[in-house]
Design a protein around this ligand. Structure first.
Ligand code: PEP
Length: 251
């Protein structure tokens, strides 16, 4: 059966020393109180090596927030999936709405990134979600269906089975505005149905679908209680150990 996962997305926050301290704190908290879900932190590229050295990979997973859409070569400033994997990381967030919006990531580039991540044994946490206008004009299901189909449905069933999805309504990211547990559940059930149409019920049932968007200790339990919500991708609240652990302990 699918795993429950709580993954932090630190975005462009913390210096290396601050990040190592935070990772150590989370690691220690997880050792003190065993989590009932998998826990992952996704950190800036600069932090991957020192954080990998500071944590125990058996209690805390590590991921990057992005990777390049090329294997290697003359792409100044880019970081490849192989480089990410060589740090000891085992996850990578792909298709975050901030990358789609500010860096022009398209389904086409994301297909390349997903393929390279999988080739390097990184588990993609693939983000999808509608903007406010699409929520309000009622097109949100079709927008999300398109993102899933265009970004992922070129994969074999075996490779699709390695993907973690994160539904992140863009209007709820960093805004303090959370989707209601019912809105999240409806969308997650819809996404699972879309996956089942293509890959069958078993693969759909085995796919972890996380919710992201202003998730915090006070709303995590209600969200995670929904049958199709398999955890969270956490931005702001992942930057304080107590808040992050408050969300982890919602399972
Ligand atoms: C995110 O950016 O992935 C996210 C969910 O952010 P926040 O929790 O801050 O809304």
């Amino acid at each position: 059966m699918r795993k429950n996962i709580v993954a932090g997305n630190w975005k462009m926050n913390t210096t290396v020393s601050e990040g190592v301290e935070l990772a150590k704190e989370v690691n220690a908290a997880l050792k003190a109180a065993k989590a009932n879900c998998d826990v992952v932190i996704c950190v800036p590229f600069t932090h991957l090596c020192p954080v990998a050295a500071a944590i125990d990979a058996t209690v805390l997973g590590l991921g990057a927030e992005n990777c390049a859409d090329h294997k290697s070569g003359a792409y100044t400033g880019e970081v490849s999936a192989a480089m990410v994997a060589s740090t000891g990381a085992n996850y990578v967030i792909l298709g975050h709405s901030e990358r789609r919006q500010y860096y022009g990531e398209t389904s086409e580039t994301l297909r390349e990134k997903v393929a390279l991540a999988l080739e390097n044994n990184l588990k993609p946490i693939f983000c999808i979600g509608e903007v406010l206008e699409e929520r309000e004009n009622g097109t949100f299901n079709e927008v999300v269906r398109c993102q899933v189909e265009e970004g992922l449905f070129n994969l074999s069933a075996e490779d699709f089975g390695k993907i973690v999805l994160a539904y992140e309504p863009v209007w709820a990211i960093g805004t303090g505005k959370t989707a209601t547990a019912e809105q999240a559940e409806d969308m997650h059930a819809f996404i699972r149905g879309v996956i089942a149409e293509k890959y069958g019920k078993e693969i759909a049932d085995n796919t972890s679908i996380l919710y992201g968007g202003s998730c915090k200790p006070s709303n995590a339990a209600e969200l995670f209680a929904k049958p199709n919500v398999d955890g969270g991708l956490i931005g702001g609240a992942a930057l304080k150990c107590a808040d992050f652990m408050g969300i982890v302990s919602a399972f």
